[in-house]
Ligand binder design. Structure first.
Ligand code: GAR
Length: 223
């Protein structure tokens, strides 16, 4: 059985927060068994904070300038996440690499979204670099965060075509549309307890419905 209680999400942001918005919308529409309980930003005027406030979600700004050691900054973030009893940390345009201290505190309970088909084009300006490289397909990836830059085990990816007349902006917009779909989907798989990490690979257990259907002779071609 799936847990009856909703998974509590703590979302880390640095910018405009469109992925945060997609997660909030999915939660409010009942499409995911999860709710955003706290949004934490490392940028004081990140628009993402305003989005959260509009939905009466608690927000916090943790000022990195106040801390000389990364660990102390992260401890301040973790203190807030613990206060809100967060089950899953979602990085949504959070432009910081987390240290092993943070990763180990929430190992396999931190997701990140990246606008490229990882392991290609990790880090900044992924869409621009994909375009300049001349790839015909790019995409987006939701993955569990590890100590590296966009290197953790991949949960979901979507392939997005690159067109001849694409600019960085048009490609980014096409990819973003899919980001907004796969992030809530990955969160729901987590909420249903269906994700299993084995080494670098993430396996998705069948849903109860899929198991029931299979008993009745249905075959899933592409689960
Ligand atoms: C998104 O495209 C996300 O994939 C990317 O930043 C953007 C944030 O947009 N993240 C990374 O590049 C992480 N390496 P948003 O604030 O509107 O969600």
């Amino acid at each position: 059985m799936y847990p009856s209680r909703k998974v509590k999400l703590g979302v880390l942001v640095s910018g405009r927060g469109s992925n945060l918005q997609a997660i909030i919308d999915a939660s409010e529409a009942g499409r995911i068994d999860a709710e955003v309980v706290i949004v934490i930003s490392d940028v004081a005027d990140a628009y993402a904070l305003e989005r959260a406030r509009k939905h009466k979600i608690d927000t916090a700004f943790v000022d990195p300038e106040l801390y000389t050691m990364q660990k102390d900054f992260e401890k301040a973030v973790i203190d807030i996440l613990e206060k809100y009893e967060v089950d899953l940390v979602c990085m949504a345009g959070f432009m910081r690499i987390l240290s092993p201290y943070f990763i180990n505190t929430y190992r396999n309970r931190i997701m990140n979204i990246h606008p490229a088909l990882l392991p290609s084009f990790p880090g900044l300006h992924a869409q621009k670099r994909a375009l300049n490289h001349g790839v015909k397909f790019s995409g987006c990836s939701v993955h569990f965060a590890d100590e590296g830059t966009d290197t953790g085990p991949i949960i979901i990816q979507v392939v997005v075509p690159v067109f001849d007349d694409d600019t960085e902006e048009t490609l980014a917009a096409r990819i973003l549309n899919y980001e907004h779909q796969i992030y809530p989907r990955a969160i729901q798989l987590f909420a249903e307890g269906r994700l299993e990490v084995r080494g670098r690979r993430v396996f998705c257990k069948k849903s109860e419905k899929e198991r029931r259907d299979e008993k009745e002779g249905w075959v899933y071609i592409n689960p």
